[in-house]
Write a new protein. Sequence first.
Length: 324
Amino acid sequence: MKTRITELFGIEHPIIQGGMHWVGYAELAAAVSNAGGLGILTALTQPTPEDLAKEIARCREMTDKPFGVNLTFLPSFQEPPYPEFIKVIIDGGVKVVETAGRSPEKYMPLLKEAGIKVIHKCTSVRHALKAEKIGCDAVSVDGFECGGHPGEDDIPNFILLPRAAEELTIPFVASGGMADARSLVAAMALGAEGMNMGTRFLATKEAPVHDRVKQTIVEADELQTRLVMRPLRNTERVLNNKAVEEILRIENEKGADTGIDDIRHLVSGAKGKLVLHEGKMDEAAWSCGMVAGLIHDVPSCQELIDRIMTDAETIIRQRLTGML
């Protein structure tokens, strides 16, 4: 399948693995890239730029296909050494960077000078237009269904994607609610040139997370996610567990007076790592999309992507063409 996204990134299939904290390691990124998609390493999962350099080299040993690196720009008192991370990405020969969080504008000259293609994650049309204006090559449009941070507008993809198509000239992929061939074909019908999957890739054989995490996703349905940190205007979609129930209890009790320190012990990255790597399922809140309701197995990345592409062709050639 050829789209502006496959052409832009030099990949076989218009499927991108989103950058995920504590998940975007070489094992998963290489598996996705080897299957014809675009695998993504997560820079801030690595403790230092030097560790990211080693992870890029490790990924290079596992695949000769294109892969990218996620750089998430977070508000913090002690900013990560982004210029050093970018230097490592450039020196490692990586040609695709997925940016997320705050605007990457400050770092665009560095990235573009190195010939790197930038795809920025956006939760609204206005953010996507800003990304286009500052020189991003593509955007990932995240609907309200997505795991992690869906923004504060609460617009689902059935509206957000065609709105993006009306406004943008650069290509975009659909993110949030993407799991299978139906997702891909629907996203493309709404104007996208491919799809980005996070939660779906968590439930694959190569995902470097505990088997309990994978089984929990398979067993969950579309009703199991919750929204936390709404009073902080930093909304995150997570899978329900005891930690999430406690967060919601605190937020309901304190209302608009909720501060990050009230819930920090239940949302910290270190605690999230205990869930993902050690399978301590009630230790903390962890990102998961509503798409869990569409995930029923734990295939390899190759099996998953092959199935998506085969089924997508069947849907287009048989089901849709047959209706004409």
